[in-house]
Ligand binder design. Structure first.
Ligand code: GCU
Length: 590
């Protein structure tokens, strides 16, 4: 009996192990990859019959008597990357399962390992290769990969991905968000080829508290223990070799005198990391971020964050942004606005956006979608939040632009929530001791009609406190805003991470009339007058750069399922408030 139980446990643990993605391969842009992007066959499966019918086998009738009630090869096509909602009118509101299928030919080579990599799949995915399940991933905004070295065939292969964007109370995010629930293979799908031993991940940053010392670690994947791995920064005349421990992990620390990265001078160094026969390059900036009292301090100098919040909404066409053009348009607008800072709300954006911020000199607030109410006491919810946080930090921990890891947005002040988020804060510090931890809170004490006191128990676990306030829109009148008094309970920097007002582009009238561009511009004028007087304010990221789709914004002719708080319309048209903020940022920049 005992033997059987052991065997059952062993097989079960194998199944679980097979179901988990492989450790994340980072710096995918500089790896040897084969793109699987393009047109994929898709089956919309609202009643989830695909599991029972085993769509993942991609079966075909062998003789006229066979009954097969699906056929990928005569089913509709969808573009990958891309959400399905904005590709087909009949899928705009669809929440459910879509099965994707891609046939591809592969030539196997000696001493080459193969992985399949997904930039994201919203909101969860199960992946099958040639009819065999590789595993699943939960979370719509972070990458994952599976090793297929032993399962990919010479010649013809087919990949089937079951993608589901149905909202669930215990998921992250939960049931209610003020953004469109775009589903699909929303980012790149790639085959990745690696040597038997390769550099899987590395962390190379300035040591906390130093601008002349680099610390970090390297993790190799595969091969015998105790590999020699080398970090080179040729331009700085640095070459440093360390030996990995039996698990393939090696830490290092060495002196370095480098030009520091900053918004004014976004200096990136070509880095070369080699080990076990693998050699990978990256472009990394070195800067130092810390807080001093209520100041945010970059490279030893206090800096005020002139920011803007953004969703990952594609300009002009709508849907999930994913391309280099999308990223360049959005960040170009942020630069035109006079920003040195962007808040990538409310989930990790595509990696290209963060790498572009590195190159353009834009500081980044990066956020996981722990948004509004969540299943705070559900262990699997916490585990998934930690997984998404770890995947976000693992992917972007070498990006100089990222200075803030945000662990949530407008979560309710409940003991279970504060406990949940304190664990996320601890996880973020454990994964990355060099960056600042933040969250956006809308819980401020209204100690008098126009007095607001920052006082959220979550602040205890944060380095920087984000405050979302909508004086002049959701509360009070624009003309009262400028008189508002702000206090704080904490000797920590505060960022006003949201304020704003809605107006469709081209809707003009009195500044007292809701929804006019004049009303929106007046709210910005009044807010700026108020913000000037907050001594502990370290930055701001008004809500937000561009109009975006939302299932909560239903006012015909004004919203039409769009949140209109953008300074720019979803067609790229600049509203009056854009110029109000731009004037203020230009004044601050001098
Ligand atoms: C909230 C929330 C945003 C939302 C915004 C709004 O603060 O953080 O996600 O879109 O307010 O109401 O427009």
């Amino acid at each position: 009996m005992k033997r059987t139980a052991v065997l059952v446990f062993f097989l079960a643990s194998l199944a679980v192990a097979a179901a988990q993605p492989a450790p994340l391969i980072t710096n995918i842009a500089n790896r040897t990859t084969i793109s699987l992007n393009g047109r994929w066959r898709t089956i919309v499966d609202p009643y989830d019959i695909g599991q029972e019918a085993r769509f993942f086998l991609n079966a075909k009738p062998h003789d006229p008597g066979d009954l097969v009630e699906y056929d990928f090869d005569t089913s509709p096509l969808l573009n990958v990357p891309g959400d399905w909602n904005s590709q087909r009118d009949d899928l705009l509101f669809y929440e459910g399962t879509v099965w994707y299928k891609k046939s591809f030919s592969y030539h196997k080579r000696e001493r080459t390992r193969v992985f399949v990599y997904f930039g994201a799949a919203a909101l969860r995915a199960t992946v099958y290769l040639n009819g065999t399940k590789l595993g699943s991933h939960e979370g719509g905004y972070t990458p994952f990969n599976f090793e297929i070295t032993d399962s990919v065939r010479e010649g013809a292969n087919f990949l089937v991905v079951e993608v589901n964007n149905r909202r669930r109370a215990e998921a992250i995010p939960s049931l209610s968000t003020d953004w469109w629930n775009y589903g699909g293979l929303t980012r790149d799908v790639l085959l990745v080829e690696e040597p038997p031993v390769f550099v899987q991940d590395y962390f190379i940053q300035l040591a906390k508290g130093s601008t002349t010392e680099i610390v970090g670690w390297i993790r190799t994947n595969g091969g015998s223990p105790s590999q020699q791995v080398t970090i080179e920064i040729p331009e700085a005349g640095i070459r440093h070799t360390v030996t990995t421990d039996p698990s393939g992990y090696a830490q290092f620390r060495f002196a370095a005198h480098l030009t520091l990265w900053s918004p004014r001078n976004p200096k990136l160094y070509r880095i070369l990391v080699s080990g076990g026969g693998d050699r990978i390059q990256d472009d990394i900036g070195f800067r130092h971020i810390e807080t001093r009292g209520t100041k945010i301090v970059l490279n030893g100098q206090p800096i005020f964050l002139r920011g803007i919040s953004m969703h990952e909404e594609a300009p002009y066409r709508g849907g999930r942004a994913f391309s280099a053009d999308d990223d360049a348009t959005l960040l170009g607008w942020a630069k035109e606005l006079g920003c040195n800072f962007i808040r990538l709300a409310h989930y990790p954006h595509n990696e290209g956006m963060v790498r572009l911020a590195d190159r353009m000199g834009l500081l980044v607030w990066s956020e996981v979608p722990v948004y509004w109410g969540n299943a705070w006491t559900n262990p699997s919810t916490l585990q998934n939040a930690q997984d998404q946080l770890r995947e976000n930090i693992t992917r972007d921990h070498n990006r100089a632009s990222v200075i803030l890891w945000s662990i949530g947005n407008e979560t309710p002040v409940l003991p279970a929530r504060t406990e949940f988020l304190s664990k996320l804060a601890a996880e973020a510090r454990e994964l990355d001791p060099t960056r600042l931890i933040t969250a956006a809170s809308d819980r401020v004490e209204r100690s008098a009609p126009l007095t607001r006191t920052v006082n959220d128990p979550l602040a205890e676990f944060l380095d920087v406190i984000g405050v979302n306030e909508y004086l002049g829109w959701y509360e009070g009148r624009p003309e009262d805003v400028a008189q508002a008094q702000w206090k704080t309970m904490y000797a920590k920097p505060v960022i006003i991470s949201e304020f704003g007002a809605g107006a469709p582009y081209g809707n003009h009238g009195s500044a007292l009339a809701r929804w006019t561009e004049e009303y929106q511009a007046n709210v910005y004028e009044q807010q700026i007058r108020m913000l000037r007087r907050i001594p502990f304010l370290a930055g701001m990221s008004p809500w937000l750069l561009m109009d975006f789709r939302s299932p909560r914004r239903l006012l015909p002719g004004i919203q039409d399922y769009h949140n209109r708080k953008g300074l720019i319309s979803d067609r790229g048209q600049r509203k009056q408030a854009f110029y109000v903020l731009q004037r203020f940022y230009r004044e601050l920049a001098q």
